[in-house]
Design a protein around this ligand. Structure first.
Ligand SMILES: Cc1cc2nc3c(=O)[nH]c(=O)nc-3n(C[C@H](O)[C@H](O)[C@H](O)COP(=O)(O)OP(=O)(O)OC[C@H]3O[C@@H](n4cnc5c(N)ncnc54)[C@H](O)[C@@H]3O)c2cc1C
Length: 383
């Protein structure tokens, strides 16, 4: 039986992979400033994603027969952690790799697996998540986009919003209504794959406060999809999406969104030999919290390895993790404000400025704090 310590450690054979990744990333990202690194899994670079694919690092846990590397979940944890910690621009392939590939592997037909998954692993097919709609975010079961089954396939109408990188993706996997009415809630929802180049699809990027257009609105006007667009079983979309969200929330990305700032600040502290007791106590407290969160995140990976659903545990880590990511920004900003003699580089200030603008989104994307707490309460039998 595994001890508690083993739950929170990467097994030695999979940990060895870290050195190879670090060497690659040190070289690939050596000239990238911190404020660019701060975009990390919101930063897109198709060429960088292709380079990772050439290394065999997309679809790491996907079986070799579908073009993946057939490695374990701990190896994927190590890879994700290194990519995030180094601020690698991974957004182009992140969703396809993290959840669309595994979703298709689990629910897709053999033809869908053969068609999409090898291209995901080669960095040739990027996916986005079509869940939220203008008046349906937390209340996802109230979505109104509808695909009607006809003899020639599905006809899709409606819209999605806040779709990360839709303008840079080839496909969307969308949750849509295929039967019943909005009042039927979870019943009658299905997942479909939409080729975003099809006639009737309009993708309109939305600029965020930092000036980046990283997400989009997507409109569907009588979009004709083949029968093969359906993923899994018609009407079972809710259960499939719940499983997909567990993949979405299970990785270490909910801990490391502000890590570029921590690294940049620590580097400056070392260079200026700032080691007074108050500063050391703050650094120690932040790093202790990060290490605890990392251990929790690894315990979620252990659940994936054991073939168990990490849904509740991942919600706990995401709730605490995003809290930490936001606290890091606040604490470093406060520290800078109370140390006027400290020389902050333009890069440090830009990194802080970017994260101060974006930090609020960390506890919204992937399910808000309140929604996660509801899931945790349900897991405890309280709802
Ligand atoms: C950076 C970013 C990227 C995103 N990317 C995607 C994406 O790729 N694909 C996608 O589909 N969506 C995406 N989203 C959308 C995201 O999933 C939604 O913003 C989120 O689910 C909240 O929905 P909402 O914005 O409609 O807010 P609302 O649901 O209107 O919530 C507003 C507030 O009310 C609270 N609230 C709502 N219901 C309850 C309740 N029952 N009990 C207690 N409090 C409640 C919420 O917690 C929140 O604080 C993204 C969002 C962001 C910020």
């Amino acid at each position: 039986m595994l001890t508690a310590l083993e739950f929170t450690q990467v097994p030695a054979d999979e940990a060895a992979f870290r050195t190879e990744i670090r060497l690659f990333l040190n070289e690939a990202l050596k000239d990238v400033p911190s404020h660019v690194k701060a975009r990390s899994w919101m930063g897109t670079d198709d060429g960088f994603s292709l380079k990772l694919a050439k290394q065999g690092w997309l679809g790491l846990t996907i079986p070799k027969e579908y073009g993946g590397s057939g490695k374990g979940f701990y190896s994927r944890f190590v890879l994700s952690e290194e990519l995030l910690a180094s601020g690698a621009p991974v957004a182009s392939h992140w969703i396809a790799d993290r959840q669309s590939g595994p979703l298709l592997l689990r629910y897709g037909t053999e033809a869908q697996r053969q068609f999409y998954i090898p291209r995901i692993c080669r960095g040739e097919a990027f996916f986005c998540i079509g869940m939220s709609e203008p008046s349906s975010g937390s209340d996802l079961a109230s979505i109104r986009s509808r695909a009607v089954n006809t003899e020639a396939g599905w006809v899709l109408n409606g819209s999605k919003i806040w779709t990360t990188n839709a303008h840079g993706c080839h496909y969307m996997i969308a949750l849509v209504r295929t039967s019943g009415e909005t009042s039927d809630r979870q019943k009658g929802l299905s997942q479909v794959i939409i080729d975003l180049t099809l006639p009737g699809v309009t993708v309109r990027p939305i600029k965020d406060m930092a000036g980046d257009a990283h997400f989009s609105e997507v409109f569907f006007d009588n979009v004709r999809l083949g029968t093969e667009a359906l993923v899994g079983i018609e009407g079972q979309g809710w259960d499939q999406v719940t499983a997909e969200l567990a993949f979405e929330r299970s990785g270490p990305e909910r801990i490391y969104s502000s890590i570029a700032l921590l690294d940049c600040w620590l580097e400056a502290l070392r260079a200026q030999q700032y080691n007074d007791a108050q500063t050391s106590a703050l650094v120690g407290a932040l790093v202790a919290e990060m290490a605890t969160l990392r251990a929790l995140s690894l315990a979620v990976t252990q659940k994936l390895v054991a073939g168990e659903s990490p849904a509740i545990d991942a919600s706990v880590v995401k709730d605490f993790g995003t809290d930490f990511e936001q606290k890091l920004i606040r604490n470093i900003a406060d520290w800078l404000g109370s140390h006027p003699d400290f020389v902050a580089s333009p890069d440090l200030l830009q990194t802080l400025g970017y994260l101060e603008q974006m930090g609020a989104t960390f506890s919204l994307r992937g399910g808000t704090r309140e929604i996660l707490r509801g899931i945790i309460a349900r897991g405890l039998g309280l709802r």
